[in-house]
Ligand binder design. Structure first.
Ligand code: CA
Length: 491
């Protein structure tokens, strides 16, 4: 989350989920040369401007950066080289590992979640879904110093006015004592804490739920979860309603994907829609819109108002779908099958984060410089995949990490790490299909995959990664192809 109601498509380049943190550096424009004297002059001007009226001069001066951070301007103007299909996006966000983490969190925080449910009327699993997608249940908060990032963005390049407001708000947060200054780190664009709120959203909607008098979205899980519930409630959440359902379209049915065109459940029943398992549609949604993330041959959904509140967290339908799906799996407490009932229209489904790590480790071992083994398929990894595909004559050499590439590089003889990933059924229609043109995902995912908040240093290509927990042995098969066989496995 990140942007308040002014969210527009153009602003979405800031709406970057930490979950998508990319280790990519290659595709970034070069870091600009920013003049420090210009920067300091700009800060002098800001200090006396109306936007900073509520910030006292002690606070302003105390956290005033001594120089700008050019990397955030680099991130602002970053254009990813590769697009991501919806099934790749969903499979990396909603995998077995995240569902299991979510089930654990649900039990660990059950008392708090019950109190939050009764205070805000928001279902526990919906809060958990947001938490899991936003910050991996508090494990990924972002490490960029917020004042440096926001001050730099306030003085250079596009959207200065927007970032000036966020910079002032970030200063107000430490001035009020809610968050310790040393905890003010986050994404390059200024989203921070376990809820990944922008400072303006923090000031508007963060709550103190553990009763210590501070709204600490960095260190307090109760504060973070309650603030998420407060956000959803504020955006119009309907207590007791599901977010929606996966549905089955009757044969021959065609309608455009239009989440906003809400109709009654009777309408959809009359159109012949059922739940994905064939049961009649229930009447527990006030109204619902049809959503077809990959066109009419992929999974179909009817989504209600609560789905829209997920969407308002970070304006992307696929992002909201990840929250919705994750929350369903946490509700069912079942991590054994993380795909939808209808298969995506592809014969090469997406991979889990563990499978992504396995691929990265294999690429590292094969001498490709992919940066850290982080389970995130960023531009560096995709470039390496493309080179690997080219060198092995794999067609198309598209740099994509799907199940086919996973099998190609790991080798069919290894036990399928899909055990820790997604279990896919082969779709009956195996014709590859791109997402429907009306789908906004291409644009959105492009921006999300660009999240260059990772400051990771890049190990050299030949250095074995220390962050991967899987090791491989090289073997040559009968065709002379080199394959990597997993020899041990960490936790
Ligand atoms: Ca608190």
């Amino acid at each position: 989350m990140r942007l308040t109601p002014v969210s527009t498509l153009s602003l979405l380049s800031f709406a970057v989920g930490l979950s998508f943190a990319s280790s990519a550096q290659a595709a970034k424009p070069p870091a600009p040369n920013l003049s420090n004297s210009e920067f300091q002059q700009c800060l002098d001007g800001l200090k006396n401007s109306s936007k900073f009226r509520g910030v006292d001069s002690f606070t302003f001066n105390n956290y005033r950066p001594s120089e700008p951070d050019p990397s955030v301007i680099q991130s602002l103007n970053y254009q990813p080289e590769f697009q991501k299909d919806v099934w790749d996006y969903l499979s990396s966000l909603v995998d077995k590992e995240r569902v299991e983490d979510g089930i654990r969190a649900k039990h660990q925080w059950s008392d708090t979640l019950r109190k939050i449910e009764s205070r805000y009327g928001v279902k526990a699993e919906h809060v958990l879904g947001v938490w899991g997608v936003e910050s991996n249940f508090g494990q990924t908060l972002g490490k960029k110093p917020l004042f440096e990032s926001l001050a730099t963005l306030s003085c250079f390049d596009r959207r200065q006015s927007y970032f000036q407001g966020e910079y002032a708000n970030a200063l107000k947060i430490v001035q009020k004592g809610d968050i310790a200054p040393s905890d003010m780190t986050g994404s390059w664009a200024g989203a921070f804490g376990q809820t990944q709120f922008m400072p303006s959203t923090f000031l508007e909607l963060a709550v103190d739920f553990d009763g210590d008098g501070r709204r600490d979205l960095v260190n307090s899980v109760p504060d973070a979860l309650a603030s998420t519930a407060n956000f959803l409630d504020n955006r119009g959440y309907r207590t007791g309603e599901p977010w929606g359902y996966e549905v089955k379209l009757p044969s021959g049915f065609w309608a455009a994907s239009n989440r906003k065109d809400k109709k009654s459940m009777s309408h959809w029943r009359n159109q012949g829609l059922t739940l994905a398992n064939g049961s009649p549609l229930p009447y527990d949604l006030n109204s619902a819109g049809l959503m077809l993330p990959a066109g009419k041959d992929g999974p179909a959904f009817l989504v209600g108002k609560n789905f829209d509140t997920f969407y308002s967290y970070n304006a992307s339908e696929n992002y909201a779908l990840a929250i919705a799906h994750l929350s369903d799996l946490i509700t069912r407490e079942d991590s054994s099958k993380t795909d939808f009932m209808t298969a995506w229209p592809t014969d090469d489904p997406g991979i889990s984060r563990q499978q992504a790590k396995d691929i990265q480790q294999a690429l590292l071992d094969a001498g490709y410089d992919i940066g850290d083994v982080d389970g995130i398929i960023g531009d560096n990894t995709r470039t390496a995949i493309q080179q690997y595909q080219t060198s092995k004559g794999i067609s198309p050499a598209d740099g994509r990490a799907g199940q086919n590439f996973y099998r190609a590089i790991i080798g069919n003889s290894t036990p399928n790490r899909g055990q820790s990933g997604n279990q896919y059924q082969q779709p009956s229609n195996s014709q590859p299909l791109n997402p429907a043109p009306a789908d906004r995902m291409g644009q959105l995912i492009q921006q999300q995959t660009s999240t260059p908040n990772s400051n990771s240093t890049q190990p050299s290509a030949t250095q074995p990664s220390t962050s991967g927990n899987t090791r491989y042995r090289r073997v040559t098969d009968a065709d002379g192809a080199v394959k990597l066989i997993r020899i041990d496995e960490g936790s």
